[in-house]
Write a protein that binds this ligand. Structure first.
Ligand SMILES: CC(C)(COP(=O)(O)OP(=O)(O)OC[C@H]1O[C@@H](n2cnc3c(N)ncnc32)[C@H](O)[C@@H]1OP(=O)(O)O)[C@@H](O)C(=O)NCCC(=O)NCCS
Length: 190
């Protein structure tokens, strides 16, 4: 296990997660993850993508996100680890919408940020989302990311143009995972 949270654990992104990708990537979550995209993903296409991605593993880190009872629910990681600049572009995707809005994604976010700052010694992490994505915007506010850029009308989603928002968090502004768990009142589910 790479990280033990309150609601989720970060674990190796192994076969249990890969088996769910086909369902997840054809589901509702992609619209939010791919800033307005709608995909139709075949199993053969997935296989091809996985082979191609093996070449860029230096820049990418991916963990499986599972509930405390071991149910795989999504992924979180760093899509672009710029070692020279000590920055990381975060990505997160809870594949099963039944788990949205329950704190799972934020618990996973606190784990990956902690991993990025404490273990990888990064100085800043950042991410992009579309202005329709209220869940991510709320997460950013809760965790203390700063809105530092807006690519106006940069994405087409559900029949209209929307902004792409750029958020970042500097290590100097990170109070530590435990402080945030306490501040947000994240508590284990019974
Ligand atoms: C983004 C994602 C990882 C967040 O994880 P999550 O478990 O849903 O997030 P959390 O429950 O921890 O936090 C979401 C917050 O948004 C709030 N929220 C949920 N739906 C909302 C809505 N429609 N409008 C406004 N706020 C909303 C939640 O109540 C919660 O805030 P709170 O803790 O103050 O109540 C997850 O929703 C996901 O994977 N979505 C699909 C893919 C995606 O959007 N990826 C990110 C692309 S940048």
């Amino acid at each position: 296990m790479f990280g033990s949270g309150v609601l989720v654990d970060l674990v190796p992104y192994g076969q249990r997660f890969l088996d769910l990708e086909h369902e997840w990537l054809n589901g509702e979550g992609v619209f939010w993850w791919a800033v307005g995209g709608r995909w139709f993903v075949t199993r053969a296409g997935l296989e091809m993508d996985r082979r191609e991605q093996q070449d860029d593993t230096d820049e990418r880190i991916r963990f499986g996100v599972q509930t405390k009872d071991g149910t795989p629910i999504g992924l979180i990681g760093i899509n672009w680890l710029a070692a020279h600049h000590r920055t990381g572009l975060l990505t997160a995707f809870i594949g099963d919408p039944a788990y949205w809005g329950g704190g799972y994604g934020t618990d996973a976010l606190l784990l990956i940020v902690d991993y990025a700052f404490v273990w990888l010694d990064l100085r800043r992490v950042w991410l992009m989302t579309m202005s329709l994505n209220a869940r991510v915007m709320r997460q950013m506010e809760k965790v203390g990311f700063r809105l530092e850029g807006c690519r106006r009308q940069a994405t087409w989603a559900d029949g209209a143009w929307h902004d792409i928002l750029v958020y970042a968090l500097d290590r100097d502004d990170w109070p530590g995972r435990e402080a945030l768990v306490a501040r947000l009142g994240l508590a284990a589910q019974n």
